[in-house]
Design a protein around this ligand. Structure first.
Ligand code: CO
Length: 215
């Protein structure tokens, strides 16, 4: 590592110190209180993209949102990492809302559509390609490449909301009337704003109804 890079990295510790001081200046008990417990209301499942940091875009402090991020915010039924986060959030933390948040211009979605080879990640992007095949006609009808990508970004969020609802974890929670809803949101990198997609699911009855409409 050259000297400049080394200094940049070191500066992160200085920034961390200043941040921690700022937090305790505002609330002297902040870290002491958090160290004893976390009780977030929200589970955020988002893209790993550095431009979509969960806490910052909804202006929440540490302790307020439990977060899982991966490339293109995908919820796969065999992904033990994501499922473990989901289980802990629902069964132990008892979050009230699960938010699947995609974003326009997602690099993962773009890569799934470009027809090129990207190596290992193509196995992951296969999940996005499956969603494209489901909505091929509607997506292909969009005039520009950007619009095709953005529509697939939205379809992906809707599909992942459905995947979350299908898990045994969420199904079990609903079967015991646990207060839990699942939401699909999308974020615009170019203006910093979130938009709610029409996918909110509050219980298994609502889920079955939506699902029968989609079938
Ligand atoms: Co992305």
């Amino acid at each position: 590592m050259n000297l400049i890079e080394h200094r940049k990295l070191k500066s992160l510790f200085a920034r961390n110190k200043a941040w921690a001081k700022g937090m305790t200046d505002k609330n002297p008990d902040f870290f002491n209180h958090l160290s004893k417990q976390q009780s977030p209301n929200y589970l955020w499942i988002g893209c790993a993209d550095s431009r979509v940091p969960a806490n910052q875009v909804v202006d929440l402090d540490p302790g307020e949102v439990f977060v899982h991020r991966n490339i293109a915010n995908v919820v796969v039924h065999s992904d033990l990492n994501c499922l473990s986060v989901l289980q802990f959030a629902v069964e132990v933390l008892r979050v009230k809302h699960i938010i699947v948040c995609g974003h326009y211009g997602c690099g993962g979605v773009k890569a799934a559509l470009d027809g090129k080879k990207h190596g290992l990640i193509d196995n992951w992007l296969g999940h996005i390609k499956d969603i494209y095949r489901l909505h091929k006609q509607e997506i292909d009808a969009k005039p520009t490449k950007e619009e095709k990508i953005d529509l697939l970004c939205e379809k992906n969020v809707i599909e992942q909301v459905s995947n979350v609802c299908h898990t045994t974890i969420v199904q079990d929670a609903w079967s015991t009337n646990q207060d839990l809803s699942v939401h699909g949101w999308i974020y615009s990198i170019n203006n910093g704003l979130l938009k709610e997609l029409d996918t909110k699911v509050c219980d298994s009855k609502m889920f079955r109804h939506m699902h029968s409409l989609n079938d």
